[in-house]
Design a protein around this ligand. Sequence first.
Ligand code: CA
Length: 491
Amino acid sequence: MADGRPNIVFIMSDDHAAHAMSCYGSRINRTPHMDRIADGGMRFDSCFCTNSICTPSRASILTGTYNHINGATTLSTMLDNRLTTFPKLLQGAGYQTAVFGKWHLGEGPKHNPTGFDEWAVVPGQGYYHNPTFIFPEGDGGGVKRTVPGYVTDIIADMCIDWLDRRDPEKPFCLLCHHKAPHRPWYSDEKHASMFLDGDVPEPDTLLDDYANRAKAAEAAAMRVGVHMSTTDLKCEMPADMPEPELRRWAYQRYIKDYLRVVQSVDDNVGRLLDYLDAKGLAEDTLIVYTSDQGFFLGDHGWYDKRFMYEESLKMPLIMRYPREIAAGSVNRDIVLNVDFPALFLDLAGLPAPAEMQGRSFRPLLQGSTPPDWREAMYYRYWMNGAHHNVAAHYGIRTHTYKLIYYYNDGCGQLGAMNASPPGAADCGGRGRLIPLDFEPEWELFDLEKDPQEMCNVVNDPAYAGVVRELKDELHRLQAEVGDARHPTDRD
Ligand code: CA
């Protein structure tokens, strides 16, 4: 151990759902290198994002704050790089710090990475093949250069190169931020021939008809097939193919491309693990694998994320740190993206600043749940309409229930649809756009009886007491984190 403090390797991919990892019981692929982390450490089964979309979740992960505090509520609200982040605090305490890969928190002097000894990030979403990177040169705005090769390999190369050049006497914190497997799912040559034979199993809810749900579900423009572009499908959509055949056909094209891209991420996780092993660093290094949110893999007939439904809300999270985590352990306590900074600072022996809203879950790593650990979490998706026509909503999830309020209002947020109707879906395809001009609605799911969230029971008299308790707890949590309820939420 360099100076008694652990190293941190934080690998975060983009839009990788837990149900496409074999350590989470995937029915559709194998991820042997990610499984090495889970087998040697802990798998978290209830890690959730507080806003299921790239920029907002990344802002929460760096700052430890909810989006109404850090200001990154939508994809159009970039992170002010003067805010306090955990890399800055670690750097200030003598850690060597670096980030390579996807940033997606804005570009230029006000938004480029700060708090890192070295960095190179792709602009916006970045490209899979021969990607452009921004390097920290020039007047603070950075300089863009194209790097030949495949983006996932390049990001791992940059990480390993930096590790090779570090000072072995000091601890390090490395952020390896993969662009993959974000849309539009271009694989490398190495994995292009995977899944050519036969079909990938379909999710149970692929042919969801959105009955028994709030209107927001039917209005969402993210259906596999009708809401996909030729870029997504890598071919023209068959003009005369009706549903449900179209959805089933498009699912096979989509999921195979997605999984090919995931496989390269897994290979490159393996490269980093091999490096740590070869250099004798595995014992002294906390290695994390996560993704900025979950993703619909044909679940409910969808791709994309945004909704508070399970597949999108849940982040994969596996951690290995032999000094504190028992191999092969599983944790089911609720942990959140805002908790990461407090944990990393705790491991480095640093206090978390008062403005950070998350809580260190180091006791959970050690197999001990504090008696006052949270039993519920607060979620808010701000980006009303706009991409994929998903209605703005907030809600609460406990271990057994989920209550969601669709208030269908941009609330003046940049990038949200603030005038109704209609919104503008950015996707191609031939889907009909449904205006988000309906009245606000509540949804309640009984997660024990209905884990796939197919039946909204908010108006079932049998749940009246549960609804009352959850609304009270939602409003209490909202006040606790400093957010305010929507004016139409008067219950
Ligand atoms: Ca993402």
